[in-house]
Design a protein around this ligand. Sequence first.
Ligand code: FRU
Length: 520
Amino acid sequence: MSLQQKVYLITPIAQNRHFMSRIIIALLLFISSTAVAQKPSYKEQHRPQYHFSPPSKWMNDPNGMVFYKGEYHLFYQYYPDSTVWGPMHWGHAVSKDMLHWQHLPIALYPDSLGLIFSGSVVVDKNNTSGLKKGAEQPLVALYTYHDLKKEKAGKEMDFQYQGMAYSLDKGRNWTKYAGNPVIKNNGVKDFRDPKVIWHEASKHWVMVLAVADRIDFYRSENLKEWSFSSSFGKDEGSHGGVWECPDLVEMTVEGTNNKKWVLIVSIGNGGPNGGSATQYFTGDFDGRNFVNSNSKETMHWLDHGPDNYAGVTWSNTGNQKLFLGWMSNWNYAQVVPTRSWRSAMTIPRTLYLKNAAGGYRLYSKPVRNLETLRQQQHTLSVTKPTLTNGLNELILSFDLSRAAATDFGISFTNEENELLKVGFNKEQNQFYIDRSKAGDNSFSKLFTGSAVAPRLLSSNIVKLHVFIDHSSIEVFGDDGSVVLTSLFFPKQPLKSVQLFNDKEGLSLQQAVLYQLKSTW
Ligand code: FRU
């Protein structure tokens, strides 16, 4: 209804003052309710306070992550009409520090070619696409179109193909490329999630595409025309589910000048603690072929917890490799007990490649910017709980050689006696998160109680770096060599924090807790 129409409707009743005041109240209520709809409070139960979550409704994978002119762009799989998955759009937000986000209008809407599934964005610095018009370098998005009608018709399997869109104004407005699709499908049901990188050695764009149970590599000179190079992975790594959302990252092995390529691949099912998870391969890449440095059977997990999926790295960040994942699991993502919105992203993490425990391993560390959220500092104890605001960073280290305790860690509780535990078990040599008593878990049988991750290193000092928000915990064990990310849904935030041990004699080296501030 236009403003003119609204004014016209009110005028005839204006003689009746009683009616008039009711209408004014109704109007005020209407205006305030639309204001609320536009600007979410971020105070809802379970709403993360320093993680990215959409203003409202459904979100899954991070997409198109690119850094350009001081802004980190985050696009994401978004269904603006419901809190469950539906016709996909690309939602959009920008941030200067990956922590404080400004929501921007939806960047890509479904069109006659289909829904807009996951993909990536690159900065076309050399204008290889020829799309540049003004001062800004083109930002070019490559994404998957999913033709829902064709899928429903069930006759042909070629309903996913790759499309392109571009922005000439720092990501504010997007134009779909007239020549779409840029890559057609020859009949493979799962054919999606293009991640594009610039391969400096061969001076080509390379696209990494998830194709059912493998990764296909394509190359291009101009981002518009693509030719197939090779396939990888049909009989390598984990195949508990469909392969999705790949990434290919060239990394320097810490402490050396050696470079290696890391191929990140999410799998829809069969993760180490159930459901969807993200594995990685380390090897060499010559611009066309990826060769795995490990045996075909080797499986490495970027995160062992149940709730880190479809994560990729930001484009255009130089040697820094910055990663963000969708903090949920397809096993239960659509039924978790949040109301106005569903899902959040992990905290941003820096990836490192190290030669450790007999092979190349991907380490994850929380980005340094998170330190700017620190407020009061406390020292944790075994005897007395520390009361906090429920938004915490914890840094702990224990000396195994001098400790009698074999099972120890941190417990988080509230007045409802809900309990979340994060710990290390010496006999089993593993880190764990136990969320079995941490709140509502009635919504899905697949929302399992505990998640474990084998320790990688063998030093006497066990380290834990932990981030807890209202409904999530992220554990970086031993400097990020082992990671666990997990959701939980307590009635109230878990504000009481205490150390625990099974036997007296916990040889603590450090036990610091910081209260963090909200970024919303
Ligand atoms: C991964 C995924 C992608 C796909 C998108 C659809 O979570 O299944 O493979 O592009 O979600 O929303």
